[in-house]
Design a protein around this ligand. Structure first.
Ligand SMILES: [Mn+2]
Length: 409
């Protein structure tokens, strides 16, 4: 190095025209330097030793300010993130552009049956062109009846899921969703809500009387399903830990047991607590906390939605959230838009921010609006509502402390 020129942008007006990429800045600096148009800051000594020391401290300063900015960026991710679920095979470029346009930056990506590493990477690259990142990825493998009913051949399916975890780890994906309710019925019928949109209804009476039938060859008790769940978790959790990918368990929707001849485990706080113990309280085991499911259960859940967020959320164990509302608790409910159900979703959002929950929040299911064939109107409705709640909650909670950081309680 022959020369080192340190400049103050305030004294070099040509440097501060707008926001430019680094490459453009570098070219411009080089041109100005060659033309002798850069004015350096004053340094008394011109010796080599002094120059080395100065270069060293300027480099340290630059590194330090980059570090401070990186910390500030990470600070942003201390907050919940608004996301949407997309299906790999139906996500057109228009769909991705639309998501970018309404301010979405994170997605839950449903890969369906197969997700080789190259596909995960190419999907990430394609999403990145629209400023989108995968926060949670899903693969059907965990749902195989061989795994969930403990049938021969389950190790093969488990291996497929383990490979997926390793690949997600290599690709830097935060979490993957799992659930464990092999004979579930989500809906007893579709209805028109009082406001006139089409939604899923579940009625315990209708289910027991008209819908329920034994789904498999025999009945499966809670002990059977616990044994199968435990076998699965013991096989995949160590891989998840090693890969730094979080397993995000979704509670059973609706939270009743048994269904169609199979016991369900994750229908209340007790079940979730036991799952946490089976995972040895690993930081790589936690929840896809479905606010919808949890509010369907009402008092029977043993801990309410806000209590769950204060408990699991504050311990960093809520990795994803299904941010959804329902008309009332069971025995009968229908799904609603976030502002049209019995839960105050602003309180839910505030609790998530207060717990410094870093989860990604998706609308989960969409009510059907007239003419909304691709569900974009319903999606925009939910996303916009969530973004408004999140912004308000961040503002309200950060106002309470002079440091400007959200208050802890
Ligand atoms: Mn859900």
């Amino acid at each position: 190095m022959a020369d080192l020129v340190v400049c103050d942008p305030r004294h070099n007006a040509l440097l501060k025209e707008g926001n430019k990429p680094d490459a453009g800045d570098a070219r411009k600096l080089a041109e100005l330097l060659r033309a002798g148009m850069l004015r350096g800051v004053y340094h008394g000594s011109r010796g080599l030793r002094g120059l080395q020391e100065l270069a060293h401290s300027y480099a340290a300063l630059a590194a330090r300010s980059t570090g401070v900015m990186a910390t500030a960026r990470q600070g942003e991710s201390d907050h919940p993130k608004v996301a949407v679920m997309i299906d790999l095979h139906s996500s057109t470029d228009d769909e991705l552009l639309y998501l970018k346009q309404i301010g979405v930056e994170w997605v839950h990506m449903d890969f369906g049956r197969d997700a080789p590493y190259e596909l995960i990477r190419s999907t990430q690259e394609r999403l990145a062109r629209y400023g989108l990142k995968i926060h949670c990825a899903m693969l059907d493998a965990y749902r195989s009846t061989r795994i969930q009913l403990g049938q021969p051949g389950r190790d093969e399916d488990i291996e497929k899921f383990q490979t997926f975890l390793r690949d997600l780890g290599r690709a830097g994906v935060f979490s993957t969703k799992i659930d464990f309710h092999p004979a579930n019925t989500y809906t007893t019928r579709m209805i028109e809500s009082p406001r006139g949109y089409q939604v899923r209804q579940f009625s315990v009476d209708d289910f027991r009387q008209k819908v329920e039938k034994t789904r498999f060859d025999r009945q499966y008790s809670a002990d059977d399903i616990w044994a199968n769940y435990t076998y699965f978790i013991k096989a995949v959790l160590p891989v998840a830990e090693k890969s730094s990918v979080r397993l995000a368990l979704h509670p059973d929707d609706p939270p009743i047991s048994p269904m169609n001849g199979v016991a369900k485990l994750f229908i209340n706080y007790e079940g979730i607590k036991r799952a946490d113990e089976i995972a040895g309280h690993s930081p790589y085991w936690g929840l896809t906390f479905c606010v919808g499911t949890w509010s369907e259960g009402g008092d029977k859940m043993g801990k309410d939605v806000l209590g769950m967020i204060r408990d699991f959320g504050a311990r960093g164990k809520i990795f994803a959230v299904h941010f959804r509302n329902v008309s009332s608790p069971l025995p009968r409910f229908h799904e609603t838009f976030p502002d049209d159900g019995y839960l105050d979703m602003y309180q839910v959002m505030k609790a998530l921010v207060r717990a410094r929950c870093t989860a990604s929040l998706i609308p989960d299911h969409y009510p059907g609006l007239v003419g909304d064939t691709n569900r974009r109107m319903a999606n925009a409705y939910c996303v916009t509502y969530m973004r408004a709640l999140l912004r308000r909650a961040n503002e309200e909670l950060s106002q309470r402390r002079p440091s400007g950081r959200p208050v802890l309680s």
